[in-house]
Design a protein. Structure first.
Lengths: 151, 369
């Protein structure tokens, strides 16, 4: 079993965001096995849908172990990716295709409502990811607004 | 004593449900209406445009009163001028009795001065007229009419505001003769504006982003230039504003003629709460059918009844134009809000605002409701 290291700061963040260590491990494993991940210098961004939550982990390899940089998650259902903007190249590379990802849109569903949200995605294989601020600010507020407006 | 009588809470509750409908895909009685009442709300309350712009509390209260009187969206929008964040960079404005403020003196006299222009820091922004007047208006609504409280990050249009720092003609010449300098000017304006965003988000936790384009449209620039000086910066501004914590509500207001560039704006950023509005195709309101085809699954659409008709046309003309738009866009996948193509001109007859709402009542009802 791969050793997962969380600094005190990241451990606190994971606790606050309700993400247990087992889920972090599951996401890392998923990213490594499927190559559904993004790469930037020595960092890797992986994600996995676990139950009703999509968990994102940014990590780096430290020998045989994994150092976690940050974790975040959301409860929207991630759906198809569209509207690739080839001119807006992002620094991350696709773990499968080794191509730089570009800005795109990903459809997300919540409470039966489907809308677009800004994402970054591989122009070749189409896999899409959300950045941390999009999840923690844009999607988080959008979920609250959906709940409030649906009430 | 408050300037207006508190809105009827029952009406506010009803209007709030109606306003939420397009965003949550649950139709509620009828299409909503937003004629973009700014100083027109002051006119309806019996005071001048100058008073409206220079008195944030009175100005925003007049919007609330007008929105209740005409049964419009329950959102109090107010801004001190479209020349937001420009005074902080050195532009001098002048207020006239019955028109929006205009520029008396540009901050930059020659293109060479652009290098000397400095981005205004967040601390300095907090002391400037744009931020302080927004705070006066929004604090007043938060404290007195909390149901109406939607703070705005009124970024307006990065390329248009930047052009106003040097003057439109010089700016247009620069787009051809010295594009890098043009980019530098837009960048400096945008970073200043984003510092305004930081200050507002710090105070209110979030803010609806209002942006779009004016100069980057089909009357003044070609599509390639619109992409270079418009789409690029609107995308960058929204991306950065979201990172700061503004949004997820975005109102894209693409002012003026966008006949040749309307498709380019699909490359900007769309969140789950985005409203898309394009003013004109040539001299006619941009066709809602076309807008629906491209943007209907990207955003909630907003109507664009000709502002000249709202000012000098008859109520019947307003009614017919609004009817046509409602019938074209009522079934747009992410909903539709009826409205004017731009700010309701100061002095527009109240009967014309009523006609806009009447069209929504007559043709905007959802089946089964």
């Amino acid at each position: 079993m791969v050793e997962i290291n969380l600094s005190a700061e990241v451990r606190k963040l994971a606790e606050e965001r309700g993400i247990p260590l087992e889920q972090v491990r599951e996401v890392v494993q998923h990213g490594e096995e499927t190559k559904e991940k993004l790469l930037l210098d020595d960092q890797t961004l992986a994600k996995k849908r676990i139950g009703t939550t999509t968990v994102y982990v940014v990590y780096r390899r430290a020998g045989e172990a994994i150092d976690v940089v940050t974790v975040y998650s959301h409860r929207m259902e991630e759906r198809e990716v569209s509207d690739f903007v080839p001119d807006d190249v992002q620094p991350w590379r696709c773990g499968r295709c080794n191509k730089n990802v570009v800005r795109a849109s990903m459809n997300v569903s919540y409470l039966g409502i489907t809308r677009q949200a800004p994402a970054m995605a591989c122009p070749d294989c189409g896999v899409g990811f959300f950045e941390e601020h999009i999840v923690n600010k844009t999607l988080c507020t959008a979920m609250c607004l959906f709940e409030k407006k649906r009430a | 004593m408050k300037f207006i009588v508190d809105p009827d809470p029952k009406w506010v509750e009803h209007a709030t449900k109606r306003f939420a409908a397009p965003f949550v895909g649950r139709p509620y009685d009828r299409i909503d209406v937003d004629p973009i009442l700014l100083s027109e709300a002051g006119y309806l309350a019996g005071f001048s445009a100058k008073e409206w712009y220079l008195n944030p509390k009175k100005g925003i209260a007049s919007v609330i009163a007008a929105h209740e009187a005409f049964d419009l969206i329950p959102v109090a929008h107010w801004w001190p001028t479209i020349h937001v964040w420009e005074q902080e960079l050195g532009n001098k404005l002048e207020w006239r009795e019955n028109q929006p403020p205009h520029i008396k003196e540009n901050a930059i006299k020659t293109p060479e001065d652009i290098d000397k222009l400095e981005v205004v820091s967040e601390e300095e922004i907090k002391k400037g007229p744009t931020y302080t007047s927004f705070v006066e208006a929004f604090d007043y609504v938060r404290d007195n009419y909390p149901n109406w409280f939607v703070p705005l990050y009124f970024a307006f249009h990065p390329e248009a505001n930047a052009s106003q720092l040097i003057g439109l003609e010089k700016f247009l010449v620069m787009t051809i003769r010295n594009p890098p300098l043009c980019h530098k000017l837009i960048q400096k304006f945008m970073e200043t504006s984003l510092n305004g965003c930081r200050a507002l988000v710090e105070r209110y936790g979030s803010a609806m982003i209002v942006t779009g384009s004016t100069v980057a449209g089909s009357d003044l620039l070609g599509p390639k230039q619109v992409k270079e000086f418009g789409v690029r910066y609107v995308s960058e501004l929204v991306k950065k504003a979201l990172k700061i914590g503004a949004g997820p509500q975005i109102w894209y207001h693409h002012c003026g003629n966008h006949a040749r560039d309307w498709e380019l704006w699909k490359d900007t950023i769309f969140t789950p709460f985005t409203v898309m509005q394009i003013g004109y195709e040539g001299r006619k309101p941009f066709p809602l059918e076309k807008l629906k085809q491209l943007y209907g699954r990207r955003a909630t659409l907003m109507g664009n009844v000709d502002t000249m008709v709202s000012y000098s046309g008859s109520p019947t003309q307003v009614y017919e134009m609004a009817k046509e738009q409602i019938l074209a866009a009522k079934d747009s996948p992410y909903g539709f809000i009826s409205g004017l193509a731009c700010e309701c001109p100061h002095g527009s007859p109240p009967a014309n605002i009523h006609a806009l709402v009447r069209a929504a009542r007559d043709f905007g009802k959802y089946e089964g409701d």
